[in-house]
Every structure is written in C-alpha cells, then in structure tokens.
Design a protein around this ligand. Structure first.
Ligand SMILES: N[C@@H](CCC(=O)N[C@@H](CS)C(=O)NCC(=O)O)C(=O)O
Length: 224
C-alpha cells in the first residue's frame, strides 16, 4: 500500500491527484499546518528529516520526498504506459524539462512573493513597518514581479502549441505544474489576461480524478 503524508493546503494535493489518475489504492496520513507560522508539524520530521510534504512511504520500505521524484517514480512503477511519454522520444525530453522546471524555476519567485507579501503585513514595531514595506515593495518591483510575468508569458505561449505541456495527452508534468499554476492564480498575478493558463486550470479541475483527490484530501485553499 502507498501512504501519502499529506499536509493541508500543500503540494501533496497533486500526489493525491496523481494516485487518483492512476487508480491506485492509497492511504493518507494527515498533518496540519501551524495556523500562525504555516509550517508543518514536527511529526513530519519523523517520516523524512526535512519535515516537508509530500512524502510517500510504501509497504516495501520506500520513503520518498520531492514531488517531482514521487511523480516520476509512481508513474514508472505503476503507470503501465499512462501519464508519461515513451522513453527516448522528444516528448520525454519535454516531460523531464517540465518536471524539473516546476520546482526549480517557477516555484522560487512564487515563494518569494509569498514571503514578501507576508513581510508587508507582518506585525512589527511601528517604526520598522515603513522600512519593511519599502524593502518588500522594492524586491517585488525589481525582481519578483518581472520574473513572474516572464514565467507566465512563457507558460501561456507554450499552451498555444498543444493542449498539455508535453503534448496531446495529460502527463505527470501537468500534474507537477498544477501546484505552481494554481499558486500563481491565487497570489502570483495569473488572471483572465492569460486565457490558455486559465483554461488549463479549468480543464484539470474538471477531471473526475482531480475532484476525487480533493474529496479525499480535504479543503484546498489554493482553489478559493
Ligand atoms: N520541492 C519540494 C517542496 C516541499 C515543500 O516545501 N512543501 C511545503 C508544502 S507545499 C511544506 O512542507 N511546507 C511546510 C514547512 O516548510 O514546514 C517538493 O516539491 O516536494
């Protein structure tokens, strides 16, 4: 049996979606973020030293973190040809690219935006507030927003060529990209001015497997 160590409102939602697409049996161990810090509880460190979600464990002794590695491994082991292109094909190169790009390139500016947005609204002594706000505004204007704009333009342009990021069929790469694209819609400036990305989100959210994963995973704030 596969166990997903699932943190609320987190990247582990996409692993639940993957497992539903593959129609695999799995169980969920739930962890709740600290409402103030938004960090995972220390109990997650007992599963993996970094204490981040997702982590997947299996009856045969595998403990695996990193969503990209989890997606790739589960599809290799259980995909039976589904959700990944044929090895050695041009599509396999695109598949690998997007699996790495999602966390390696797209998530960092989204995370920076989240951190600097929080700095702007954080409680602090009154005299520090204008300084903190000015630093946050400067970081966003000079680095974070231009980077996000360029990523969103890139992603929007890619979907002009094909319905899914690799090609004609949904793959694990789309599942890996779903979290940063949802995060971009929630807080990263993605809106109807980029209709292909919005349509990508509408299409994934309409999938029965996505909806089953939501039912099992519980409330998912990136959709509200
Ligand atoms: N690159 C990792 C990132 C893992 C990660 O940062 N997960 C977040 C949830 S979205 C987390 O566990 N945050 C809680 C914490 O840092 O305490 C992956 O894709 O799995």
């Amino acid at each position: 049996m596969i166990t997903v160590h699932h943190l609320n409102n987190s990247r582990s939602q996409r692993i639940l979606w993957l497992l539903e697409e593959l129609d695999l049996p799995y169980e969920i161990v739930r962890y709740q973020r600290d409402p103030k810090t938004m960090l995972a509880p220390p109990s997650l460190r007992a599963v993996h030293p970094l204490g981040k979600s997702p982590v997947v464990t299996t009856d045969d002794g595998l403990t695996l973190a990193e969503s990209g590695a989890i997606i790739q491994t589960l599809i290799e082991r259980h995909g039976a040809g589904r959700l990944a292109p044929a090895a050695g094909s041009d599509d396999a190169v695109r598949y690998r690219y997007w699996l790495h790009y999602a966390e390696g390139s797209l998530m960092p500016p989204l995370l920076l935006k989240l951190v600097f947005d929080r700095i702007e609204t954080a409680k602090m002594p009154f005299f520090a507030k204008p300084i903190a706000k000015a630093i946050a505004a400067r970081a966003k204007a000079s680095f974070i927003t231009p980077n996000l704009v360029s990523h969103l333009n890139f992603l929007e342009a890619e979907l002009a060529h094909r319905p899914w990021f690799v090609n004609e069929a949904l793959t694990g790469a789309d599942i890996q990209l779903s979290f940063p694209i949802e995060a971009a819609a929630a807080r990263g400036g993605l809106d109807s001015s980029r209709p292909r990305l919005m349509d990508f989100l509408a299409r994934i959210h309409a999938r029965p497997a996505y909806q089953r994963a939501l039912e099992r995973g519980g409330p998912y704030a990136l959709l509200s």
